[in-house]
Design a protein around this ligand. Sequence first.
Ligand code: AMP
Length: 486
Amino acid sequence: MTSTFEALALSPTLLSVVADLGYARPTPIQCAAIPPLLAGKDVIGQSRTGSGKTAAFALPILQRIDLEERGLQALVVCPTRELSAQVARDFRALGRRHAGLTVVELVGGQPSRPQRDALERGAHIAVGTPGRLVDHVQSRSLKTESLTTLVLDEADRILDMGFADEVEAILRALPVVRQTVLFSATFPESITAISEAYQCDAVRVRIADPDEAKDEIRQLQVVTDAQDRFHALCWLLHEFPHESALIFCNFKATVAELATTLANADISADRLDGDLDQFHRDQVLARFRNGSIRLLIATDVAGRGIDIEGLDLVINYELPQQSEIYVHRIGRTGRAGKSGTAISLTIVGQDKRIRAIEELTGVEIEIVERHAGNEVGLGVLLRSLAQGAKMETILISGGRKDKVRPGDILGALTGDAGGLRGKDVGKIEIQERLSYVAVERTVARAAVERLNRGRIKGKRFRATLVRGTATARGSNAGDRSSSRRW
Ligand code: AMP
């Protein structure tokens, strides 16, 4: 689709601004999102940073803004302070010919007073982070009566950082008749749920990415034998690049053995089986979801009902006995608009089971050749896989009961001099009495120290790095006595 800004029916003022900024033509997301947004429709858009998404929602907002009206007309919710600053900057740049336009930033980590004063004096557009926005909405310093447009920018990241309650509180406080715009890189069920609850006849805008197969699961098998299974696993982990992978085994003894072997080779791996108590189970899942574990080895029983999806790789270390279990296992990949790969290690003589699965799914499970002739040795493979995860998880001894909110943790980590950058902080999960926060591995120790030295909500909490359960060295193997096999 080639288009021009003129063809998008932008005002002469905005056309001259985009020309000033050197934008030759609209990006695909701008072509697709600007017309429905100018028409006042709700939009749910897929976007990545760098796609030009900010201008895609900022231009229509600027075109529809009434500069005479001093009440707040547009509110943009961002996951981090950095993004808020950038979005506010973009609004000011694109609004440079809107004389008298006022854009305020309402983010945490800074005194609220000047923000309240700015709102009091009158602002057309506000951009901010969820926690602080809720404070302003609840104290009525942010009045929502004249608001016509709400944007959730990087909505998936907002939810990932644990701000679901704040988003709900903001959405509930807004006038019923308004335009609701949702931009997100991925579409997990939580985003679809927000769209269904708070948008009306939303126009879905998705830019086809040629590299992306939509919602597809590639199903493959690697034929091996019992002695060679582990080597085959390492080969395929090496061969199929992945951020994280879920590996299913039929029995918990296999899970424990595999997880320990991988972890002892300094590969980021942990286990999830019926022997883990609830606390460790939650902990492992939180770490897997937030990128602190690359490989999670699980049994079906432990894997049932767990809340992870959109994985890029699922491996059947062993084929399950029943085809339905196979379907359930591989369903964890390829969701949320992403493609995924499911690979099964099979052994000669399992043809009947594979046929049954193929019949049930209607898809052929393709055989991947392993070139057994010039095989890479196990040691070499293990060394190539030996890398830590991108993130580490910090456990904080305070949760919902202590009124700890994601913004408080984010604030404690990033605020003041010497703090972490917003982009070093990952998912934040607040539970009843404790919280998990993911931070970049390189800054993890500094982050723990900072949390232990400082306060959250004026209180002191204990922060510790969460260690894996799978290594022989640091194993919590006390529960091996259980008689269950999975
Ligand atoms: P964003 O995806 O909003 O983070 O935008 C990425 C960058 O692209 C920003 O620096 C924008 O200034 C720039 N940009 C946005 N729209 C256009 C366009 N139509 N042509 C060229 N650059 C653009």
